[in-house]
Every structure is written in structure tokens, then in C-alpha cells.
Design a protein around this ligand. Sequence first.
Ligand SMILES: [Zn+2]
Ligand SMILES: [Zn+2]
Length: 347
Amino acid sequence: MRAVSLRAPREIIVEEVENPIAGPGQVVLDVERVGLCGTDVELFSGEIDDLPDWRFPQRLGHEWCGRVVSVGEGVDASWIGRRATADTMLGCGVCARCLGGRQHVCDNRSEIGLIRWPGALAEQLAVPATALLALPDSVDSEAGALVEPGGNAMRAVRGAGLASGDRLLVIGTGAIAMLSGLIARAAGAEVHLLGREPSSLEFAATMGFAGVWGPGSDGHAGHGELPRLPWDAVIDASNGDSVPARAVDLVEPGKRVVFIGLSTTPSLVDTRQIALKDVTVVGVLSASGGLAAAIEHYASGLVDPRPLVGATVGLDQVADVLAGWRPSGSGRTGVGTGPKILVDPRR
Ligand SMILES: [Zn+2]
Ligand SMILES: [Zn+2]
């Protein structure tokens, strides 16, 4: 089969490799769609080089869906033919964290497409059956590839502890930011987005949020400076190192701030501010506990993630997309700050 391999920073090849075989407890899927995200860009560019146990070569691709084509020993054969995605976080299964339902923070975990497990940028992928989540037909392949960012967004919105009618500020314009906004709006929140780049803000403005705000003073037409409103929660889904401190600064006293974005440099917060304002701070790593709810939201139509998709390309275009090239009509913004670029490995 054909598969992508990131051999070194900025060095991606598409290679012919053996098809995976479903080992005991595993299934093999034909990959339908894979999303590229800001993390992939930062791994490609070498900006992130401190992931624990990260090493080259690595096959990227942690936002995906596919159809099960074979099962290994001990796996229910009724999986064959079903469409599914899987939890990226694969814990060791035997430590106290894994046994307590926190496999996403297991010290010995693998992560599909990131750590010690090949990703979905290939025609086929093998994963443990225990990590699978079935996709109903109402979740098509585009929405299926957006279940992973949707699960992250779901956990971020849960962390924000919103009541209906609450006012939420989401900082960032990537898929997790947008999906957090869509999920919170579906729950009755008044959602505002704060972004940076004009083209990302234009894209965010098409989602119909109550407000889309920019830096304000530097001529970004149509997107003024953030108004001084009481924010019942702030979700930082950006990668700016000064944003977490600003989020704590902006939020109403006694309310909540959620940190899901990661900068590549330390992002410091003065804890005196958190204590003096009596703010609850929530950190979120991974989609794990939000995947099932993301699938339900997509299946029921409560949230439609498909307007986030800008274009679909083949494996041969992955390197160009990660380096900043955009198919025509998919917007000018970078991966991670605008429309999603999906990959169809059979294209
Ligand atoms: Zn991602
Ligand atoms: Zn474990």
C-alpha cells in the first residue's frame, strides 16, 4: 500500500510498504479520510521536537476514519464492514491510570500518528479493537475525520461549565476553536471568537457566531477589537504563548478558563490572578473522553462540522500542504488556523 513517512523535519516521502496485518486484538481499516492539523504542521516543520518518545521516521495522521476490512484473533468479526474511528491515545492497559479510565495520560501510551504508532496517512491502518468507535451512516467520511478535533472541543466545552445563555469567548480559529464554538452554541451559549489573521477571521465569520473579533487596531476590516463584555468562560484553543494569561485576565471572577491550545514556548500565568479572581482553570489533553459525544452531536445534526472542510487532497500533496501550499478555493490560511484540509489516501 502507499503510505506517508516523515523522515526528518520538512522531509516527507510517499512510499510503498507492506499492508498491515491485524494482530491479536486488532483490526485493519481501509482509511477513508484523514485531517491535517496544526500539530502535524509543527511536527513537519520541526517546531515541536519535545513530544515524549517522538522519533523519526513517523507516519502522521491522527484525525481520521475508515472501514474495518479484517480482524485479528479475539476480535468480534461483526466489526468487518463497519465504519469507525479510534481513540488516538493507546494506553498500556495495565497501569493504575489505564485501569482508572485515564489511558490518555498513561506514561507508556502510544498515540496513533504521533508516538510509537503509525498514523492514518496510508491506505490502511491497524488499531486495537478496544480503541474503536463505530460511526453511524449519518456521519459521513468528512465528518468522521473531524471526530477527533470534535472530541477535543467537546471536552473543552464541558470544562467551560456553561449554562444556557452564558457568554463564551473562544480564542483561536483552528478546528478545535470552531468546533468548541459550534458545540457551545448548540448548547445555548452566546459564542464569540477572537482570532488574529484576517483570512482566518473571514472564515470564522461564515460560521454565524455572535461575534468574531480581531486584534482591532491594525486595519482588519470588519473585525473590531474585542468588546469589554463579561465572559462566563474563556477557552484558549490558540497557540499563542501570551493567550493563557490574557484568558485569565478576561474571564469573569468566579468563572472558568479552559486551556486546550499549546504554544511551542512556555505560556505563563500569574496564579495570584487565578486565586484573587476565584477562577477555575481546566486543562484538556486529547479527545478521548469526548469522542462518543462528538459522534452523537454529528449524527443527530446538532453540530455539522463539514463547513470546516476547505479541500481534499491525495497523499502526494501532504508535504506541500504541511509546507503551506493551499489547493485553490480552500482559503489562504495555514493548517490549524482556517479551513481543514482532508486527505483521501486513494485519490
Ligand atoms: Zn490534530
Ligand atoms: Zn497505562
